[in-house]
Design a protein around this ligand. Structure first.
Ligand code: SOE
Length: 393
């Protein structure tokens, strides 16, 4: 039977553009899908860069103006992989044009924009998805199942951290992720957004929080005019004396109280030497605990107080069996998966939503709920006090 086509128009071709291209290219190899993504058009402002990405990643065509992508009749889904400051404009225009919208995280650079995006996709009755790719790690699905099926009991604590070290060198250049106007915030929106989404998903909504932050390195060399590499890897300009101001935090932390009575501790930083992509958490409940660390993403640790006393202890569950959601599509048991596969799983979820005529998960509501926490963190830092997290429905 011939498959139905889902034509994708993707804006952005850097790190996330590469990840999403990898996903569209590989998804039908692993998933039986009624709808098949077609890599129609990739868009970026720099002609040479987007042309090269188009050829390398395997897109049919390229464009240099995102509005052209949105206006095309042969585009069904607009996939936004551009920096946060562009999301609201692109997503609202895409929804108005009747396109389904897939946006990278954080959904926007502030809560007002996130709400605008949510309203736009709801009004247009189009499908919407936000790129919290870690939800598709099989160990995260297992954590959700263990919590839902009562293995952890009532949750008392969520302790989450997301740590990296790629800007610990003060000579690392002033890239867009360090510019508040473009990125919205530092590790808060870039990293803690993932932790917050996982905590929303696994534990529930946060009621109130108190936060603090620090910028260790306030000025950095401007990047080389001709930027080499993509994503996080760029070179400083030859002239290390030309500096610019860092306008985002380097590290952020907050304490949280959940609506269901649980307590949370969150920490995110890009100044943790040796921590490359340390997205990790521990949840402690009345019946047991679970522990996850992305650097060992194929495992989930479980401690059950209901095991016989003589056998109690943390067990490491290898999450690669056919019974494990998001692992079942891949390899035989024990043949582990990696970071790229999370994006393939995400693309499969997007396609399945069309087959099942529902919205994909996580969606703009999840994105806006995360944004409400990000906003509360910024508010708490500015006012140096506990603040309530605005509700988003
Ligand atoms: C860079 O810090 C980054 O690529 C984030 O933007 C991603 O969301 C995160 O998953 C990995 O690190």
């Amino acid at each position: 039977m011939s498959k139905k086509k889902l034509n994708i128009g993707m804006i952005g071709y850097s790190f996330m553009g590469k990840a999403h291209s990898f996903a569209y290219k590989n998804v039908t190899t692993f998933y039986e899908l009624e709808y098949e993504p077609v890599m129609k058009v990739i868009c970026g402002r720099k002609k040479a860069g987007v042309k090269a990405a188009c050829e390398r990643y395997g897109w049919e065509e390229y464009a240099t103006d995102w509005r052209d992508v949105i206006e095309r009749d042969d585009v069904d889904v607009v996939d936004i992989c551009a920096p946060g400051d562009t999301h609201v404009l692109m997503a609202v225009a895409a929804a108005k044009a009747g396109k389904h919208v897939f946006s990278e995280k954080p959904l926007a650079n502030n809560l007002a924009d996130a709400r605008t995006m949510l309203t736009a996709v709801r009004r247009a009755a189009v499908k919407h998805m936000v790129g919290f790719n870690y939800r598709t790690v099989p160990a995260i699905s297992l954590a959700k199942r263990l919590i839902d099926e009562g293995f952890v009991g009532d949750v008392y604590h969520f302790r989450g951290r997301y740590l990296q070290d790629w800007i610990v060198d003060p000579d690392f250049p002033l890239v867009w992720r360090l510019d508040k106007k473009v990125a919205g915030s530092g590790p808060l929106g870039d990293l803690a957004a993932h932790t917050i989404d996982l905590s929303n998903y696994l534990v529930g909504e946060i009621d109130e929080l108190v936060a603090d932050e620090k910028t260790f390195c306030k000025s950095r060399p401007l990047p080389a005019r001709k930027v080499k590499g993509t994503g996080l890897a760029v070179e400083a300009g030859d002239e290390k004396t030309r500096h610019g101001r860092v306008t985002v935090e380097d590290a952020v932390m907050f304490l949280a109280r959940y609506r269901n009575g649980a307590l949370g501790v969150f920490e995110s930083s890009r100044f943790c030497a040796g921590r490359k992509n340390n997205n990790a958490f521990e949840i402690n409940g009345s019946k047991g605990s679970i522990v996850f660390d992305f650097e060992e993403m194929n495992y989930l640790q479980l401690y059950s107080r209901e095991d016989p006393e003589f056998a109690q202890g943390f067990r490491k569950i290898l999450v690669t069996e056919g019974c494990h959601k998001f692992a079942e599509a891949w390899w035989p048991p024990g043949h582990i998966i990696g970071y790229g596969e999370t994006f393939v799983n995400e693309a499969a979820e997007l396609c399945k939503a069309f087959e099942e005529d529902r919205n994909p998960t996580p969606d703009f509501l999840d994105g806006a709920r995360c944004q409400a926490v990000l906003e509360a963190v910024a508010d708490s830092i500015a006012r140096k006090t506990w603040v309530k997290v605005p509700r988003v429905r």
